[in-house]
Design a protein. Structure first.
Lengths: 478, 478
């Protein structure tokens, strides 16, 4: 048992240092490895497998809704990036510039895409001519680069992996519908698959995506009370179409500007999973994206029949879940700690005594509950228990968020909460950007979103005291 | 029928101008679109879907053989690229250099990966310490950049999409086995899934990958008689391990250098499919990677029952193949031409007369054969016919290659064939690089590979007349 103990002790407890706990988990669960490229990480097999599972679920959903995958170039010529004024102002300061090809200096600098609106606009300009060409519902799975100063695995790295959907429509109504539909896809994915409750809402003008008319977001609350923007969906109106001169002829043979959207989520979601569900023993994975859903640990593996029984159980479970047996010569205790660190939702222990009773023991990663199950009932019980784990994770995260969500009626109340109670703060706002800036400077919180589900906290702005009609979520954020 | 005719006439016939035919197909089948980034293309939905199908089949096979997906950064610091001498000499002249992050000049230039051996070596150095850590069987699906002067969609673009496998092993034997195993994976995929016969062999020293001890290749023959290197698999020995100082302690606690491999294939395969199977009516897709395997075209769609029957057939076929119905108001003739252009393997025509007879007509894209099938037998007949198309494509490509493969005993014979008969030339070689260079300069052919299946064409080198033991495939290549 010495080994097990040592292993567990190596993680910094959350309460001691949350940031250190986070990087410990990321490293010890073997999700990433640092590289010689500053601010860029390597995704290791276990980390990449989580991302692959996220991709698979979302990609299927996108396609079900009529989207098609494409791939634009990774480079954007400087002149193309410059075409939409707000957009370039938002991104130019943080892009990586390619200036040489081999030993030759390029005539025009190319940036490595920080996002691909400009490339999609150029593409749409060349393929969209008539109302018959609309809508185009495209998506791509790629990595993008933003030259951040401070980086952290999954949460903010110079290169990160994401999907970016880019759609173009004949009417504003259709584009608006698409924007909200995709926000719902993300919200449902977060809540149902990642077991992570989210607040759906719209960003204030200050927090909007560069070039968007409206930016919608899903915001989740992490263990330490900080908010994490988990996905965004943008409505562009016809602003990009006008900047890039994309026009189509409608049914009456009149030239019209089309309407656009974009929407995306990234490997940040892996960071969200870690911080929404993890504990002091490591990662806790929602079953839908866990690379291993059930880990079989043979106990007293040298005793006759144990390994054979484990293999038989694995063979039976293979068609219904992602299952693995650890037959290595490490002790069961070491294995328990190892797969707890890796967040495997269910551990299945099987030893000589279990065999004698025709049963096995299942242990939930989320709350440690042990359930004895007859071997005859395995195929029915495992999916049931995986769903129980999912629901358990969701309920725990939901309860935690409820406990960490506060209301403030005036500046002093808000400042007091911001200083002493980590979490979301619900408060009214007059709509004035100056108040937003003041709250950021003086209370250290930013507006997370104007939630769709409004509540009436009071009649006046939490900051200036003027009449207010909108309730906002405020918080510290990643 | 006017529309149909016009559509077909828009493609340049192969015989008139093969290069023009190729780019016509690529554009008109909507596989790619040119972009404002010189030498870079956008993969459109239909082109990307072919690549997705390729990815899916290969990824499954890789995983079945124990490989895991990872993702390394897209940038390589100059000092890291410089660590292996031959490797840097091979790639440095054609890389894109990032020199600025935002407005700040980088202390060290970063190149956009042209291939990732150096990044994997750095990674292995940090995670491989003991024999227990070996082997690592990694793969990544990414895009890479090589600053080519002349580019062509799929065949040679500055950015292209590929997978690169990188493995590290305790012994030379294991690494050599891996290298050959992966070559077989590619060869089987090309022959069985892409219906494209390939020659398996090893490259000469001159044609070897920069830094490899041995480069294995699968070479396919295109319609115009040019060879296309379809995938490669490299054995590195311990050269990279020594250059990057990767060592592990073996079971006897002694430090050892591990052995490495890498292997890859790319979106070039889409180019290979086009040029191996296409014809003057457009693309011809092997069923395994066709985004649409069966296109249903209702005939006299306004007649009662036709659209309903088409929908019923689609519903029945959905579980067994990728099927789509074109219910647009274009004429059947236009649709026929359209889906021939897109290379859909089977067309299913259904009209009032068919309904009366409880049948439909299936038309093979590869040879135009029409088969009347009872509606009762559809589920059995479609998979059978898709397999027939695959076999038909393979047989046609095989016969074409046989007709276009020649033998030469001396320089004059070889030169005559090279000048007048497009295709492969089998000829003996003494092993001297000077002869290879002379054949390239004076006959315009390069060595494609030393095939595993050797034949005895003669006793002397086709170039210098000295004794020779190896038979090589020579040819013009993409």
């Amino acid at each position: 048992m010495a080994k097990e103990k040592k292993f567990v002790e190596e993680i910094t407890p959350m309460e001691v240092d949350f940031a250190k706990w986070y990087t410990d988990v990321v490293k010890k669960a073997e999700l990433i490895e640092y590289t010689g490229v500053k601010g860029c990480v390597a995704l290791r097999p276990y980390g990449y497998a989580i991302w692959e599972n996220i991709q698979k679920i979302l990609d299927e959903k996108f396609k079900e809704l009529g989207h098609e995958n494409v791939c634009m170039p990774m480079f954007i010529p400087e002149s193309l990036l410059n075409k939409e004024k707000e957009h370039v102002e938002g991104f130019a300061p943080e892009v990586a510039w390619v200036t040489y090809g081999g030993s030759e200096k390029l005539e025009e600098r190319l940036c490595v895409r920080p996002t691909s609106e400009t490339l999609f606009c150029e593409h749409y300009k060349s393929i969209v001519h008539s109302y018959r060409d609309l809508p185009k519902l495209y998506n791509q799975w790629v990595s993008v680069v933003r030259w951040e100063k401070t980086t952290r695995p999954f949460l903010r790295t110079r290169e990160f992996w994401w999907q970016e959907g880019h759609t173009i429509h004949a009417t504003e109504e259709e584009a608006r519908q698409e924007t909200l539909q995709m926000l719902d896809v993300y919200a449902n994915f977060c809540e149902q698959q990642l077991a992570m409750p989210v607040i759906k809402g719209v960003k204030t003008e200050k927090e909007r995506f560069a070039g968007a008319e409206d930016t919608y977001t899903v915001e989740a609350l992490m263990h330490d009370g900080k908010a994490l923007q988990s996905a965004t969906s943008h409505y562009f109106g016809d602003g990009f179409a006008r900047a890039f001169d994309i026009q189509y002829t409608d049914k009456n043979n009149t030239l019209q500007y089309p309407f656009q959207t974009s929407w995306g989520c990234s490997t940040r979601l892996v960071g969200a999973i870690i911080m929404a569900h993890g504990d002091d023993r490591g990662l806790v994975l929602p079953p839908a994206v866990a690379p291993i859903q059930v880990i079989i640990v043979p106990v007293a593996a040298h005793k006759p029949g144990v390994l054979e029984a484990a293999a038989a159980v694995e063979a039976r479970l293979k068609p219904i879940c992602r299952v693995k047996t650890d037959t290595s010569d490490n002790t069961p205790g070491w294995k328990f700690a190892q797969y707890e660190m890796k967040g495997v939702p269910l551990r299945l222990e099987i030893g000589p005594r279990d065999l004698a009773e025709n049963q096995c023991v299942l242990v939930r990663r989320d709350n440690g509950e042990k359930i004895t199950v007859s071997l005859d009932e395995l195929e029915a019980k495992i999916p049931e228990l995986l769903e129980t784990v999912r629901q358990g994770l969701y309920d725990a995260a939901y309860a935690r968020r409820a406990k960490m969500t506060f209301s403030a009626k005036n500046f002093d109340e808000l400042k007091d909460i911001a200083d002493n109670k980590p979490g979301f703060i619900k408060a009214m706002w007059c709509g004035d950007r100056a108040c937003e800036e003041k709250l950021k400077e003086e209370a250290g919180v930013t507006s997370r979103c104007i939630p769709f589900e409004q509540e009436h906290i009071g009649d006046t702005c939490v900051c200036c005291g003027k009449p207010a009609t909108k309730m906002l979520y405020w918080g510290k954020a990643y």
